[in-house]
Design a protein around this ligand. Sequence first.
Ligand SMILES: Nc1ncnc2c1ncn2[C@@H]1O[C@H](COP(=O)(O)OP(=O)(O)O)[C@@H](O)[C@H]1O
Ligand SMILES: [Mg+2]
Length: 232
Amino acid sequence: MNQNSDGTAHVRVQNVSKKYKDHNVLALQNVNLNIAKGKLVALMGPSGCGKTTLLNCLGGLDVPDEGNITIGDSTLSSMNEMQLTILRRQKIGFVFQFFNLLPTLSVAENVALPLQLNGGMSSKEIDARVLEVLEKLSISERKTFYPAQLSGGEMQRTAVARAIVHKPQLILADEPTGNLDSANGVAVLNILQKLCRDQNETIIMATHSPEAAEYADLVVYMKDGKLVEQSR
Ligand SMILES: Nc1ncnc2c1ncn2[C@@H]1O[C@H](COP(=O)(O)OP(=O)(O)O)[C@@H](O)[C@H]1O
Ligand SMILES: [Mg+2]
């Protein structure tokens, strides 16, 4: 059900375990998960159950002790630090709970950053792509503003713009509505859902909120580092 028709999932997590050795915490215990392309997945569970650790492993920011993760045709466990950095820049978009915008850059400059890091585009092409994405997220009127001049909802829409500007294969969102009031949270959730529907983006979103999970195609529950249940 949660696999592509040819049987190969877009994101595959196989027997992944991760221990934080200094504190003897088993943050992930034998996690298995297959996600088809174009799905919005909600990762739910109590604080400390391993949601952020799993997202970080999926994004190559953290490395599992055991098991395998593949994203498209990239097998993360066979990649070195440099290759993981390139994978993150080219194929993955991150949206964080606290937005993580650079305070000294304008909205447009924050969103342009992934394209500049990847190289290969002229500044004119970058400007055009940035404007296209800002318009899609209804934030183009704020393009010259700095993060401190934005509302929470505008900051998060800017962060979503930055996460999708390089057309990633996978978007990872860690409690993206955790710091938003409900109206702004709903706006961000609608945007994420629309990205899946219209652009076949694959999104994995950690969330505490049952309301947010209602937007998902698949809800995955975690407890004590284990995947305990999937629904929908
Ligand atoms: N850098 C770290 N060092 C030691 N323990 C950690 C570290 N990061 C997370 N943990 C522990 O791993 C478990 C899972 O944490 P986390 O993935 O952040 O959970 P969640 O995002 O679901 O709240 C928790 O028990 C947490 O205390
Ligand atoms: Mg977390």
